[in-house]
Ligand binder design. Structure first.
Ligand code: HPA
Length: 282
């Protein structure tokens, strides 16, 4: 199967978008990516159609537990939403272009908005496990960029993408109208798949991180490069390494995700509805 690389990434995303548009009968407005713990949103939002990602050029079935391999088409008010039930992570080893392939595909399929969700380690004891937070900014500690390599073709060329307002303030205001108790903080993106060391978490705190995780930053950079507005939400599934004195485990992440499923699934559905109400369609 062909995977996205620096040479063919945009062509492959265009081909993927053609398949998606044909299958779902038209363009979409929003791509929502369901990270660990957020999958329940897929059952709250009724899909009109769906496709296995294995049928879309360049997509890879995610190998991370708790990540599905389906792209759904959902109608929310006047918005058509692409709902991706799982993502590809850098740590799966398929390369950065595969990690952002869904975002580029969605952009070519008409999407102007990207809503990302993830599970994250939390540096804020006052928020606690189970907290949901809006990402206000990120620190990219992965060492990667989706813009590495050949420059994108015209009209997307230009590598020096401004990330001053990577996470849309407008969308954060909308999300807070839905749930004023949402926290807001800085997400530090690591490559993974190992968890961080306590020393790394102490360093992350000094650098201004509130949350740590292994996704989201590549997708956000690729989305901003293609002009999409980004909203990102984290579910704090554990206190970050060294904070509680307990060891970290992937099972704990999944268990908190499961326990929070219907709450965060409903939250995401409500946020998508509010974005639909407050975003002018072109
Ligand atoms: N670190 C990195 N990624 C994570 C964590 C964590 O503590 N929890 C859930 N995803």
């Amino acid at each position: 199967m062909e995977t996205a690389n620096a040479g063919n990434a945009y062509d492959l995303a265009k081909q993927a978008a053609e398949v998606v548009v044909k299958k779902f009968g038209g363009d979409h407005d929003i791509l929502a990516v369901l990270g660990s713990g957020w999958a329940h949103a897929a059952s709250v939002l009724e899909a009109t159609n769906e496709i296995s990602v294995t049928e879309i050029p360049g997509f890879i079935k995610p190998s991370a537990i708790g990540h599905g391999g389906t792209l759904k088409s959902v109608v929310v008010g006047k918005s058509r939403v692409l709902l991706l039930t799982g993502r590809t992570h850098l740590y799966e080893g398929h390369g950065v272009n595969s990690v952002v392939h869904a975002v580029r595909t969605a952009a070519f399929a008409g999407c102007k908005t990207l809503v990302l969700t993830n599970a994250a380690g939390c540096l804020r004891e006052d928020w606690g496990v189970g907290a949901t937070a809006l990402i206000s900014d990120h620190i990219n500690l992965t060492g990667f960029s989706p813009l590495t390599g050949a420059d994108a073709p015209v009209p997307l060329h230009g590598r020096f993408v401004d990330l001053t307002d990577a996470y849309s303030e407008r969308l954060r205001v909308i999300a807070k109208r839905v749930d004023p108790t949402l926290y807001e903080g800085v997400y530090m993106g690591f490559h993974g798949p190992h968890f961080e060391t306590p020393a790394e978490i102490r360093a992350a705190r000094v650098w201004g991180a509130d949350l740590v995780g292994m996704s989201t930053v590549m997708e956000t950079i690729a989305a901003r490069h293609m002009g999409l507005e980004v909203l990102a939400l984290s579910l704090a599934t554990n206190l970050a390494a060294g904070i509680s004195g307990e060891k970290l485990s992937g099972d704990e992440v999944l268990a908190i995700g499961k326990a929070s499923a219907s709450r965060v699934g409903g939250l995401l559905a409500n946020i998508l509805q509010q974005i639909d109400l407050e975003t002018e369609k072109k």
